[in-house]
Design a protein around this ligand. Structure first.
Ligand code: SAH
Length: 199
């Protein structure tokens, strides 16, 4: 799997080391373990998927995470991406809107060495009382850039978000202390949708 990621252009050693050190099968249900090291997305329940390893690696690489940074993840899902970020030395806050997946991730993290702060709620709102965050990573397809989250970025912060309805462009937003932002396009991806809060 790591060789494939390198071939596809992942070059950040911290990212590759993290993918090497976090066993992806921990995040799979027992019946499907043989699929854990294929470079494919896979169902994790509640109609959601664990992202493809390449996507996890790519998002992690362009997020430019450094040890000690405070990172907000939207879409905990299986907890795999959160674990990769923790393995890279980040302090991770992760939000999930599906109760079932939130509970499952909470149970799983009790048995792992990683200890992200997990929240059940709406990622569109972020976590204003815990911010600002050095990095924000969204792991579901957002119809547009979630504005409320931009306000929770540090002045030099970076946000990575797949934007689009059916297919998404990977967008990277660089915040600048003077107030303006840079928006970069990092190519085509496909995610499950980032949904509005449950009523
Ligand atoms: N990062 C996950 C990938 C999960 S797929 C992993 O490593 O496994 C995307 C997840 O985003 C799903 O679990 C979905 O329920 C969640 N999601 C969708 N909309 C959301 C929202 N508004 N707030 C929080 N989570 C959301």
């Amino acid at each position: 799997m790591i060789a494939q990621l390198t071939q596809k252009g992942i070059s950040d050693k911290a990212v590759l080391d993290a993918l090497m050190n976090v066993p992806r099968h921990w995040f799979f249900d027992s019946g499907f373990l043989e699929h854990a090291y294929e470079d494919k997305a896979f169902p994790i329940g509640a109609g959601q998927t664990i992202s493809q390893p390449y996507t996890v690696a790519y998002q992690s690489q362009i997020l430019e995470v450094k040890r000690g940074m405070k990172v907000l993840e939207v879409g905990t899902g299986s907890g795999y991406q959160a674990s990769i970020l923790m393995e890279m030395g980040a302090r991770v806050y992760s939000i999930e809107r599906q109760k079932e997946l939130f509970e499952k991730a909470k149970r799983l993290f009790r048995t792992l060495k990683y200890n992200p702060k997990l929240f059940y709620g709406d990622g569109y709102k972020g976590l204003p009382t815990y911010g600002p965050f050095d990095r924000i990573i969204i792991t579901a397809g957002a119809p547009e850039i979630p504005e409320a989250l931009l306000d929770q970025l540090t002045p030099d912060g970076i946000m990575v978000v797949p934007v689009g309805e059916e297919d998404q462009k990977m967008v990277r937003i660089l915040n600048h202390p003077e107030g303006e932002i840079d928006i970069e396009d990092h190519g085509d991806f496909r995610f499950v949708p980032m949904l509005k809060d449950k009523e």
